[in-house]
Design a protein around this ligand. Structure first.
Ligand code: SF4
Length: 279
């Protein structure tokens, strides 16, 4: 059985940077917190906890020490609060996310009503919405366009960095027919676009596709859905123990891809397990 790993599978630049910043800090100082899990992968979060990096959902729970802002970014209010509390800040916001926040603010200043195409509850989207004081719409499907007031003249549009190009395109083409003036920024990041493109290409030519990543990772879920559209034998796993022999027993070629928050050691473990299952 041949196993092919998709190009650009696993950690993206922003996630690598965040983890490196966290590990460097853990080597030098103590009393470090991340606001929410540093990435959406429970196995990595557990490893970082072993290095003494604690996770909290609420900045009010931190009395002193260092706070790491994860790659998804945080709202200006959180920066302010960290300052007021005298916390040392390590800002691991991905530069791509920081750029979306900046564009959102500029669009608002130019009089556009902001529309974020993404998942309202995702921390990255929340950070973008908070940057513009929540004076924005957030939509994730064509159906939700009806939430936008038809009275609005000027719409400024950005995307969550991990959206699919397909969904972004569909929503934009509908918005074009409903509103007069649109200022559109395709802010889906290049790492996302290439991972989705290579995973789709691979899923089309293999018998079974395995997508690796945390169940709480939105970009991994999207990757699974993209692959499922062209290959119904697509399965998402978080760990090697979830692999099933049924998935590969008749397969000649198995494709592997992984979300942006999946470390290489989990990918390697899964490839090794697949090889030994078919011996
Ligand atoms: S997916 Fe893109 S925007 Fe998000 S952390 Fe990775 S590189 Fe940055």
């Amino acid at each position: 059985m041949e196993i092919i790993l998709a190009k650009d599978a696993g950690f993206c630049f922003g996630v690598k940077r965040a983890i490196n910043l966290a590990l460097n800090a853990a080597n030098q100082i103590q009393n470090i917190y991340t606001l929410g899990p540093i990435i959406h992968n429970p196995q990595v979060v557990k490893k970082l906890a072993d290095y003494g990096i604690k996770e909290t959902e609420n900045i009010d729970h931190i009395e002193s020490g260092t706070i790491i802002f994860r790659s998804h970014g945080v709202s200006p209010k959180i920066y302010q609060k960290a300052d007021e509390k005298g916390l040392k800040i390590i800002d691991a916001t991905c530069p791509n996310v920081a750029k979306v926040q900046k564009i959102a603010l500029q669009l608002q200043k130019k009089g556009y009503t902001l529309v974020v195409i993404g998942e309202k509850e995702h921390p990255e989207v929340k950070s973008i919405l908070d940057t513009v004081n929540e004076n924005a719409y957030c939509i994730s499907s064509i159906k939700e366009i009806s939430k936008i007031s038809p009275e609005i003249d000027k719409l400024g549009i950005v995307a969550q960095t991990t959206q699919t190009l397909d969904n972004f395109r569909k929503i934009i083409s509908k918005l074009v027919s409903c509103f007069k003036e649109l200022c559109i920024f395709n802010t889906i990041c290049n790492a996302t676009l290439s991972r989705q493109k290579f995973s789709l290409q691979l899923a089309k030519k293999v018998d079974t596709m395995v997508v690796i990543g945390g169940y709480n990772s939105a970009n991994t879920r999207r990757l699974t859905n993209i692959c499922k559209k062209v290959n119904k034998n697509t399965h998402q796993v978080e760990e090697a123990s979830e692999l099933k022999i049924n998935w590969i027993k008749d397969a000649n070629i198995v494709g592997i891809t992984a979300g942006a928050s999946t470390p290489s050691w989990i990918i390697e473990e899964i490839i090794d397990n697949l090889k030994s299952m078919k011996k």
